[in-house]
Design a protein around this ligand. Structure first.
Ligand SMILES: [Zn+2]
Length: 106
């Protein structure tokens, strides 16, 4: 599925306001990363904006609204992943210390 510029440039929240292009950044392969902001002052996308990627031929790959993107990396799973890393590191250390042949003095 791909979107049209008409769709992609609309505010992900309102869906009716046409975003204003604030910057265009060329990407490798000939496409562009286009940053837009919502013209509505009290819309969160007026502050944070959103990014639309275009291919070299001007077509637009799937649009992922920032709201959906955030679901892939919720803050809770980030910290629990970090906890798991610490836990794994500790487990590895204990394992090394308990390994036969590990030099123990005394
Ligand atoms: Zn908006």
């Amino acid at each position: 599925m791909s979107a049209t510029w008409e769709e992609a440039s609309r505010c992900p929240r309102d869906g009716q306001f046409q975003g204003k292009v604030t910057s265009r950044k060329p990407v490798q392969g000939g496409g562009q990363l286009i940053t837009l902001i919502c013209p509505e002052d009290n819309c969160k996308y007026h502050e944070m904006g959103w990014i639309v990627q275009t291919r070299s031929d001007g077509s637009i790959p799937d649009v992922t609204p920032p709201d959906q993107r955030e679901k892939f990396f919720p803050r809770t799973s980030m910290s629990s992943a970090r906890k798991q890393m610490v836990h794994d590191a500790l487990a590895r250390q204990v394992e090394l210390e308990q390994r036969p042949g590990h030099e123990v003095h005394g």
